[in-house]
Design a protein around this ligand. Structure first.
Ligand SMILES: Cc1cc2nc3c(=O)[nH]c(=O)nc-3n(C[C@H](O)[C@H](O)[C@H](O)COP(=O)(O)OP(=O)(O)OC[C@H]3O[C@@H](n4cnc5c(N)ncnc54)[C@H](O)[C@@H]3O)c2cc1C
Ligand SMILES: *[C@@H]1O[C@H](CO)[C@@H](O)[C@H](O)[C@H]1NC(C)=O
Ligand SMILES: *[C@@H]1O[C@H](CO)[C@@H](O)[C@H](O)[C@H]1NC(C)=O
Ligand SMILES: *[C@@H]1O[C@H](CO)[C@@H](O)[C@H](O)[C@H]1NC(C)=O
Ligand SMILES: *[C@@H]1O[C@H](CO)[C@@H](O)[C@H](O)[C@H]1NC(C)=O
Ligand SMILES: *[C@@H]1O[C@H](CO)[C@@H](O)[C@H](O)[C@H]1NC(C)=O
Ligand SMILES: *[C@@H]1O[C@H](CO)[C@@H](O)[C@H](O)[C@H]1NC(C)=O
Ligand SMILES: *[C@@H]1O[C@H](CO)[C@@H](O)[C@H](O)[C@H]1NC(C)=O
Ligand SMILES: *[C@@H]1O[C@H](CO)[C@@H](O)[C@H](O)[C@H]1NC(C)=O
Length: 515
């Protein structure tokens, strides 16, 4: 121990930090270790090489790699398993450590989520960064992807085989969390949610057993994982059906907010007629970003045809509305599109989501609320201190048909027979937590107001889409009582002691939802 302490001092004094394995090895040879039972247990299990401690520069760098400030908590130690066997070892070592004290376990994949569930202050974070394979089997047409990859890396690795799988549009978003929440992609019109293309999950259960969940083996778990979130174990591999790597026709536009009613009409019509242009994808957003020099709300649209067609009819109405800066359709690979769409992180983020009926009145209300929101923020902040973004994405009932065709998922039954729009409201500030809480509070109240309005119009929808949900929302409960009961049963079957519910408290946990 003395030697190790000296090493550490020397290393710090010389500005050089000793490698984690040196520390862990020397610690392992003594009886004293780190003084933190779960971190010691990981070392004893032979995972010392994969451990990051707060005394190391690599630990700090890893914390800073979380996308939003919301998630930059500081665990006792971070364990970075190198493969599924090490995930299993970590799972066993941590769960066999006496749970006394006040600590829990978090799981991190891409680290993009802003709910804070992907990290923990009092506890240990299992970081899946090294589970980063993306391989392709041309006999089964399945791509096997690791949870620790970012989507831009998935696309570039799979492009070598001339294939892709539907995934994140922002290249920095991670695989692990995205697929557990469903996954909204450019390919939804033909493929449904990204999870609908997962043919097999490899999962480490709380007892350390590694199993596959697919349509023929552990089918209940396969179905539950499609939108059921982090409730059953740690997913160490996603096997997804591959698509040919065709280029997208891609147009990114900015329009004057004075055109909003024409744009809204075009969005509603696009969603209503989705079946007629299934290769098209549309995201419409309002943005207020005064640091650009324009202290006005602008309307953006992302218009994509996944078949690479620039003459499809889906965007005809929208294309008549003038651009603020000239744009045209370009042919671009999914890999390049993702690598060029990297929302800037490093800020405090507040967000809230709701699904509304595909109804012009509700859409109009949401647009008015954005303007009120900007005015409210201006009372507290200088215009350049905040950025707002409200996203609208089509959620046609057709997505439920696609899901059913592929075996079903936990999300899409809310869309049965009802065309809807996904509303995601967010804002970022670079000041502090207090300001984040202030904004979150405004968004929470706005959410309730918009929900009430949509109900009054007879145009509401139960769905709370997990990937955009704030911690005060209940996406699992929004799937309906039948799915809630099913998810509880599956969690009980694969984790009979409820360890995943209790020791991994972050994120949306099914045990907390009333049946
Ligand atoms: C700029 C931006 C763009 C986005 N774009 C999209 C989009 O186009 N479509 C969309 O659907 N969503 C989108 N999202 C939301 C995104 O899907 C979620 O934030 C998602 O949780 C991020 O995945 P991750 O792997 O980075 O998650 P993390 O933050 O690492 O994890 C999220 C949650 O999942 C758990 N988890 C992660 N991996 C595993 C695993 N292997 N096993 C068990 N539990 C696990 C974590 O513990 C945590 O609770 C976007 C978010 C941002 C900020
Ligand atoms: C640490 O010690 C344990 C026995 O207590 C041993 O099984 C393990 O392999 C050792 N790990 C390393 C990294 O030396
Ligand atoms: C599949 O991949 C193997 C190995 O790369 C190759 O030899 C074979 O020709 C491929 N088959 C098809 C149908 O592309
Ligand atoms: C389903 O799981 C079984 C059992 O592990 C496995 O043998 C089979 O290959 C899996 N199917 C798919 C499509 O991965
Ligand atoms: C939008 O149009 C209005 C009215 O024509 C104009 O005053 C405003 O400057 C325009 N905004 C931008 C960003 O061009
Ligand atoms: C706001 O605009 C600035 C200046 O163009 C840009 O650097 C920043 O990334 C934008 N922020 C967001 C969240 O879009
Ligand atoms: C679009 O163009 C392709 C060939 O470039 C053509 O086959 C197709 O008919 C056109 N579709 C429409 C709707 O014009
Ligand atoms: C979608 O499924 C519904 C039943 O849920 C059915 O009425 C409808 O015809 C289906 N639509 C398509 C395009 O298959
Ligand atoms: C681990 O748990 C699963 C699900 O409960 C069970 O099927 C399996 O037999 C268990 N494995 C061991 C080694 O106990």
């Amino acid at each position: 121990m003395k030697l190790q302490t000296m090493n550490l001092r020397l290393a710090l004094a010389s500005g050089l930090l000793i490698a984690s394995h040196t520390l862990a090895m020397s610690l392992n040879s003594t009886a004293e270790l780190t003084g933190v039972p779960p971190c010691d247990a990981l070392i004893k299990a032979g995972l010392g090489k994969s451990l990051l401690l707060p005394t190391e520069a690599s630990y700090d760098a890893r914390i800073k790699s979380y996308w939003s400030l919301n998630s930059r908590q500081h665990p006792f130690c971070i364990v970075q398993p190198r493969n599924r066997r090490e995930v299993s070892k970590a799972m066993t070592a941590l769960l066999e450590t006496e749970a006394a004290g006040d600590w829990h376990i978090a799981i991190r994949a891409g680290g993009h989520n802003t709910g804070g569930a992907n990290n923990i202050d009092n506890g240990v974070t299992i970081d899946l960064v090294h589970l980063n394979q993306a391989t392709y089997d041309n006999k089964t047409n399945l791509a096997s992807i690791g949870p620790g990859l970012k989507w831009m890396d998935v696309y570039s690795k799979l492009a070598k085989h001339d294939i892709l799988v539907p995934g994140g549009r922002d290249g920095d978003v991670g695989v692990g969390g995205f697929l557990l929440g469903g996954g909204s992609t450019f390919y939804m019109g033909t493929q449904g949610f990204a999870c609908d293309d997962v043919k097999n999950y490899e999962v480490v259960l709380t007892n350390g057993t590694i199993i596959n969940a697919n349509a023929t083996k552990n089918r209940d778990l396969w179905l539950a994982l499609k939108g059921g979130g982090s409730n059953f174990g740690i997913v160490t591999r996603y096997d997804m059906e591959a698509l040919p790597n065709t280029e997208l026709a891609y147009r990114l536009r900015t329009m004057n907010v004075t055109e909003i009613s024409r744009i809204s009409n075009a969005l509603v019509e696009f969603t209503e007629n989705y079946e007629k242009h299934q290769e098209d994808a549309l995201v419409v957003y309002l943005i207020h970003n005064a640091t650009t020099g324009v202290d006005q709300t602008l309307v953006g649209s992302i218009q994509v045809n996944t078949g690479g067609k620039t003459n499809d009819t889906g965007f005809a109405k929208l294309d008549k509305i003038p651009d603020l800066t000239p744009s045209k359709y370009e042919h671009v690979s999914m890999a390049d599109s993702a690598a060029n769409s990297l929302a800037k992180g490093g800020t405090w983020m507040a967000e809230s989501t709701l699904t509304i009926g595909n109804d012009k009145r509700v859409l109009k209300k949401a647009v008015e609320m954005h303007e009120e929101f900007v005015q409210d923020l201006k009372k507290r902040f200088h215009a350049t201190q905040f950025v707002t973004e409200f996203f609208f994405q089509p959620m046609p009932s057709m997505f439920n048909n696609i899901s059913n065709r592929k075996g079903g998922n936990m999300i899409a039954s809310d869309l049965k027979g009802k065309n809807a729009l996904l509303w995601t409201a967010g804002a970022t500030v670079n000041t502090d937590q207090q300001d984040r809480a202030f904004i979150q509070s405004l968004l929470n109240m706005m959410n309730v107001k918009l929900k009430k309005y949509s109900e009054a119009c007879g145009a509401s929808n139960d769905l709370v889409y997990m990937n955009y949900a704030a911690p005060n929302q209940d996406p699992l409960g929004s799937y309906g009582s039948k799915n809630v009961k099913f998810l509880k049963d599956v969690a009980d079957r694969y984790d009979p002691k409820g360890l995943f519910q209790f020791r991994f408290p972050g994120g949306f946990k099914i045990s907390r939802v009333e049946a």
